[in-house]
Design a protein around this ligand. Structure first.
Ligand code: DGL
Length: 262
């Protein structure tokens, strides 16, 4: 199985994109609702939670780990690679490659949680690929709760977005990375507010393409995952009606969520 974890349901944007591209490969998803948000936690705590999540997915039969959460990818992906022998794919690598490739002027904006922005990982990775790039980051801590409340089209959300995006507009960026699992759900609002000429990079789509490319390059693993078959399974560490609704909104169908204790 392809094991995917996130701090909550937002990572289902990644799971959905992977399901779309690799429909014959079963997924096992874990959303750590009980301990979300990760974006305001310290790196040590995020690493501890990420190890728990990875252990759980391995117990469920995962042979490839996808860290769908940007905050966990920035704080914990290297620690996971050190501790486990299975391949660990983080959500940041594919988005940085795409941003470096797409940006004409090399002026790239990043939006994400505080943990992701504080880690500095996006600018660092982009400059490794494209040393001339100018990268401008903006933490947007209010966006996750707004999305989780389902305030996707409220006046208040638009106002807050305008405030967060204003400094990036002044920097005249030509590419913007949506560096958080929840932001793809705000894409329609972000586009016109940052400027329709700015290219948006949806890290969930890039992650799914990255998983597909990884499996194409490792046919023995792909065959093994396909051979085992079985239905995809979705686990959370806490479940509420709002969680079920958001999962159904992302997947476009109701999902059966199984709750496990953390
Ligand atoms: N999944 C997180 C991320 O992509 C957002 C929610 C949180 O802060 O836990 O950074």
């Amino acid at each position: 199985m392809i094991g995917i974890f996130d701090s909550g349901v937002g990572g289902m944007t990644v799971a959905r994109a992977i399901e779309h591209l690799c429909p014959d490969l079963p997924l096992v998803y874990f959303g750590d609702i009980a301990r979300t948000p990760y974006g305001s936690k310290s790196p040590d705590t995020i690493i501890r939670y990420s190890r728990f999540n990875t252990d759980f997915l391995l117990e469920q039969g995962a042979e490839l780990i996808v860290v769908a959460c940007n905050s966990a990818s920035s704080a914990a992906a290297d620690a996971l690679r050190f501790h486990y022998s299975v391949p660990v794919l983080d959500v940041i690598t594919p988005a940085t490659i795409k941003a470096a490739e797409l940006s004409g002027a090399g002026r790239i904006g990043i939006i994400g949680t505080r943990a992701t922005v504080k880690s500095g990982i996006y600018p660092q990775r982009i400059r490794e690929i494209r040393p001339d790039a100018k990268v401008f980051s903006q933490a947007c801590p209010l966006l996750v709760p707004l999305v989780e409340e389902g305030w996707l089209n409220k006046r208040e959300t638009k106002m807050i977005l305008r405030g967060y995006l204003h400094p990036l507009r002044l920097k005249k960026i030509d590419t913007l990375v949506l560096g958080c699992t929840h932001y793809p759900l705000l894409k329609q609002l972000i586009g016109p507010r940052i400027g329709n000429q700015v290219r948006l990079i949806d890290s969930s789509v890039e992650m799914a393409l990255h998983v597909q490319a990884y499996l194409d390059a490792h046919p023995e693993l792909k065959e093994r995952l396909r051979g085992k078959g079985g239905a995809s399974r979705f686990y959370v560490s806490d479940c509420t009606e709002a969680v079920e609704q958001m999962a159904a909104r992302i997947f476009g169908r109701p999902l059966e969520l199984q709750t496990i204790a953390t």
